[in-house]
Structure formats: structure tokens, C-alpha cells
Design a protein around this ligand. Sequence first.
Ligand SMILES: C[S@@+](CC[C@H](N)C(=O)[O-])C[C@H]1O[C@@H](n2cnc3c(N)ncnc32)[C@H](O)[C@@H]1O
Length: 242
Amino acid sequence: MAEHLSQSELDYPFKLLEYFNGFRVSKMIFSACELGVFDLLLKSQDALSAQHVAQELGTSVDGMERLLDALVGIEILEVERADGTALYSSTDVANLYLAKGSAKSLHDMIIYRSQTVYPLWNNLADAIREGRNQYEKTFGLPSAHFFQAIYRSEEEMLKFMGIVSCHWVLDGHDVVTAFDLSRFQKVVDLGGCTGALANEMARAYPASSVTVFDLPEVVEAAQKHFKQEDSGVTFQSGKPEY
Ligand SMILES: C[S@@+](CC[C@H](N)C(=O)[O-])C[C@H]1O[C@@H](n2cnc3c(N)ncnc32)[C@H](O)[C@@H]1O
């Protein structure tokens, strides 16, 4: 029988403390991404001192040293010592997922979580009390129309589209092949956004015709910024009210 959390935690609340501190771990990674730590370490051939990183990224040396040590503590960075100086380098995982530009980069997802999702979750208790999203309180935006709030500017819309694509880079192939969908000759991804999932679908089932349907401004941006040549996916736009 599965052991309940409360029973295993009675002597010492390891898990609970880990849960309480989860936001600190998230914020360390978010901040390092925003400051460009992972991009700099990826670009550099050599391991770098905190002073070097701080100078390149325009931060305090003390703050950067603390951040780098904390990232070593959670095994995202590595450290070695040379003549008494700590030199930091990225792990393969950080290079692949946290720096910009790799095929599997989750950078856009991290920035969106840091700048949009995290502030919204800061008002989680109010969301539960009131039974509605917290765009108004968090960002001063009318929240009745969810996507009007999310797409409040082109920049915000592109950020949202970036995070949607990131998800499917990780899980898209597994999702579309979890069941054999080859007997469906026509597939429409309603609200298919950038077409990231549709691309996976088209790759897995080359005999099917795959169409993405989304709002006109999203389809335009998808084709301009996220288009995958040769994917065979077609786009159609419209704005059904519901
Ligand atoms: C949460 S996103 C999901 C995107 C994608 N299906 C995925 O799972 O990655 C919802 C999508 O629905 C689209 N959408 C929202 N309202 C819509 C409407 N009235 N008509 C068409 N698409 C809409 C949004 O632009 C967005 O791309």
C-alpha cells in the first residue's frame, strides 16, 4: 500500500520543506535565464569566475557568486577551483534546455513562467476566493476575455506562442504516437497556435493532411515567426465566438 506523505514526514518534514522551498529553486533558474547566465556559459569555451560573469552581465559580483553557487547546489552548474578561484561552467542539461538557441531550448517557457505565470500565481489565494483569473489584479488588465489579456500586445502574443511551442518540443512526438492515428486522413488542430503539435502530427503520419485553425493574428504570427518549411501543415484562420 502506498505510504501517505503525512506518515513518512512525521519524524522530519523533508518533503514539506522541499515543497515550501520550491519557489526558490524556480526563481533561481528563472533569474539565471533572465540575466543570460546560461547563454554566456554556453558561449564561453572556458569555465568562468563569478567576477567575469558579473562583469559580462552587468550584475553585482556578490549577487552573481551567490546565484552561481546556488545553481551548483542544485546540479545545474558545475564548479572547479583554480588557484583558489571558483570557476563555473554549465552542465550538458543546462546547455541543452536552459540556454537560448538549442533545438530543445526551454528558454521561452522559462521567461514566460517567470514574468507572467509566477506573478499570477502570487495571487492564487485570491483566484480561489473569487473563482476567477487574476490578470486584472496582477497586470491591470480586464480579465473577462482570457485571450485578450494574454494577447495584450504583439510581444506578449509571441511570448505565449513561444511557450506553447516549447511544450511540444518535449512531448509532441509521444503525444501524437500514444495512439495510432494513421486512419485519420484529415486532422484539424483547433486552436493549434504555432502549429508545433500539428508539425509533430504531420511528421508521424505523413499520409494525413494536417490543418491548424486559430485566430487571424495568431495564424499570421505563426507563419511569420514559427513556420517549419516542408512540414506540409496548412493554416486556416477565423474567430468563432463561444
Ligand atoms: C492554450 S492554447 C493551446 C494551443 C495548442 N492547442 C497547444 O496545445 O499547444 C489555446 C489556443 O486557442 C486559440 N484560441 C483562443 N480563442 C480562440 C478562438 N475564439 N478561435 C480560434 N482559436 C482561439 C489561441 O490563440 C491559442 O492558440
